[in-house]
Design a protein around this ligand. Structure first.
Ligand SMILES: [Zn+2]
Length: 603
């Protein structure tokens, strides 16, 4: 059967700049530089004066935001352009140029963050409740917490100036290396060169041979390129260690927790609760093994569809499903999502050199966000589309905030995205009436939840172990990291599934370990939080919607704990996290019941 492939959308970045040669890019960067210089001249030394007035501090913050905005636009534009073709040297050069300019801007602004931290306690007590500063109170308080870990200004300057040839350079190298990787996939005597997204999509193929081969190709290719990727990781482990020592962070994930504004204890509690529920994963995969009639379940069978039929969904259909699900929740949601499609804010077409995975980039409150994904027609891609649009809606709703209050902190950053996925899941579920189809979809949802909650917690524990061992034992060889990776991931499956040899190499492609260490727990945090929010929505209906909109519209203007306390949620209590796991357990039970109803095939 031959089908003409559908033309997939690519984004239109002209709302930012005309093109890479647009003179406004340079103009904005130079203007930001100029404003940074003026800003420094005007404000250096002022914040630490005893007589500092609330109105003055507010003016400084507003100027600071305005010049930050000017610097963000060219940087975001360059990185968006780069992400759709990381092999184009001109795009790489533009990213580098905007980064270097941003650094020279940042060196003039370091004093500002430091001085916020040095505002005396007496002055701060006088200013903290001033109405002029109400909109920035949370920002200032958080900056003061961060400032406790700052070094002196000359030291901070050196760190910033050398960042582009230290950690940031290695992170860029990682993106370039992994985006260029070609995965040679043999089928029917022909070898096709696949991108990483295409290879990973094959793990969802009903044909076991295709899955087995994609696992082999993934493992072999990563093994072949292990040297530079491993070197990059090791270098970043050391950098993290050094920075933690200099800045006085007691444990590897402490700086992330502070950035996330989540107390260490809340993260520890969540992780403990998730680990104590690992048996849910094993229980489900035992069911899956039986249902598929397999002797042994391998890691490449994890996402094998429970139903044998192959479903391909066009982008047009995906768009319809997502918009309908949003509309059912609230017409306002659908309204906010529509321009993403109509005005080309989405880049969905896979292309050589395009980075893998998916993301939503919020720019500034006065500019709309952009979504990147690699659409391959799998049902899972519909969920990814919903996920990224969820981020997009969050950004749109938070556009009432000023720049410093715009971006939600990481643990809340995944709330809207996972909630949107849940809406689409429910939509798809109501369309199905046969138990067989319902089980198929439920299985997909469960596997996604396992990937989001349990897998991310396993990955978090992998990171903890690797960072800690680096600190205790020095540089880690490949074998050691491979082993820690296997152990950390095997724990959640117990004996229900065998990871196998090729799996050992798969930590090498995970961008989070490189780009944002310890990011991964935010996914588990987000998913468990959303499960309980969703349960609330089902109970409260319309009354919940308003509270939910308020939560999203708050952006980063308040701490997650503060926002969630208002919804009567206490993230430091194990009971809260267990509540989320109980909802997953209920889905595992439903899957078991459906499988029984269908009569598991005899072994
Ligand atoms: Zn996300």
């Amino acid at each position: 059967m031959h089908q003409t492939p559908e033309k997939l959308p690519t984004w239109d970045l002209s709302d930012l700049y005309e093109g890479p040669e647009d003179p406004r890019i340079e103009e904005d960067l130079l203007a930001a530089c100029q404003q940074a210089l003026t800003f420094e001249e005007q404000w250096r030394g002022r914040l630490t004066e005893e007589g500092l007035q609330a109105g003055d501090l507010r003016r400084a913050l507003e100027q600071y935001e305005a010049l930050q905005r000017l610097a963000i636009l060219p940087q975001t534009y360059a990185s968006l352009l780069f992400s759709t073709d990381t092999t184009d040297p001109r795009r790489g050069a533009l990213v580098q140029k905007t980064r270097e300019m941003a650094t020279s801007i940042a060196t003039h602004l370091i004093f500002f963050d430091l001085e916020i931290g040095r505002i005396s306690e007496a002055t701060w007590a006088r200013l903290v409740n001033a109405p002029e500063l109400a909109a920035y109170r949370h920002y200032l308080e958080h900056e003061r917490d961060l400032a406790a870990h700052y070094l002196s200004e000359p030291e901070e300057k050196v760190l910033e100036e050398t960042a582009n040839c230290r950690g940031r350079a290695f992170r860029r190298l990682f993106t370039e290396l992994t985006s260029r990787l070609k995965y040679p996939f043999e089928q029917e005597g022909r070898t096709r060169e696949l991108t990483q997204s295409e290879v990973l999509a094959m793990f969802y193929d009903p044909d076991r041979e295709i899955r087995r081969q994609s696992s082999k190709v993934l493992g072999k290719t990563l093994e072949r390129h292990a040297h530079p990727l491993h070197f990059t990781f090791n270098t970043l482990l050391l950098e993290h260690q050094v920075m933690d020592r200099l800045r006085g962070f007691s444990r590897p994930e402490a700086s992330r927790n502070l950035d996330n504004e989540i107390p260490d204890q809340a993260v520890d509690t969540m992780v403990d609760v998730v680990v104590s529920n690992y048996d849910l994963v094993a229980r489900y995969y035992r069911l899956k093994k039986k249902f598929l009639g397999l002797e042994e379940l391998w890691h490449y069978d994890r996402y094998a569809p429970l139903l044998s039929e192959r479903t391909t969904i066009s982008f047009q259909e995906a768009r319809g499903i997502v918009l309908e699900a949003f509309q059912d929740f609230s017409p306002r949601f659908a309204e906010l999502a529509l321009p993403f499609f109509e005005k080309d804010w989405i880049d969905a077409a896979p292309a050589p050199g395009k980075r893998g995975g998916a993301f939503c980039a919020g720019v500034t409150p006065d500019k709309h966000p952009y979504v990147l994904m690699n659409f391959t027609g799998k049902p899972r891609d519909v969920m990814t589309l919903a996920h990224e649009l969820g981020h997009g809606l969050h950004d749109c709703l938070a556009s009432c905030q000023t720049l410093l209050n715009y971006n939600p902190v990481l643990p809340l950053a995944e709330t809207a995205s996972i909630f949107a996925e849940m809406l689409v899941f429910e939509k798809l579920q109501t369309r199905l009436d046969s138990p067989r189809a319902r089980l198929g979809l439920l299985a997909e949802k469960l596997e996604d939840t396992f990937a989001t909650v349990f897998r991310q917690v396993s990955m978090f524990r992998f990171e903890q172990r690797v960072h800690n061992q680096r600190r205790e034992k020095g540089e880690l060889d490949l074998e050691t990291i491979n082993r820690i990776w296997q152990e950390s991931l095997q724990e959640m499956f117990a004996d229900s599934l065998t990871l196998g040899e090729e799996h050992r190499w798969t930590w090498l492609y995970v961008p989070h370990f490189i780009q944002t260490p310890f990011y991964v727990y935010a996914y588990a945090f987000g998913e468990l939080l959303v499960l309980s929010l969703y349960a609330r929505y089902q109970k409260e209906g319309a009354a919940f919607q308003e509270r939910y909109f308020d939560l999203l519209a708050s952006g980063g203007s308040r701490s997650p704990q503060g926002l969630l306390t208002e919804l009567e949620i206490d993230i430091t209590r194990a009971e809260f996290w267990q509540g989320g796991c109980d909802l997953i357990a209920r889905n595992v039970q439903s899957a078991e019941a459906l499988a029984l109803e269908l009569g598991q095939p005899p072994r």
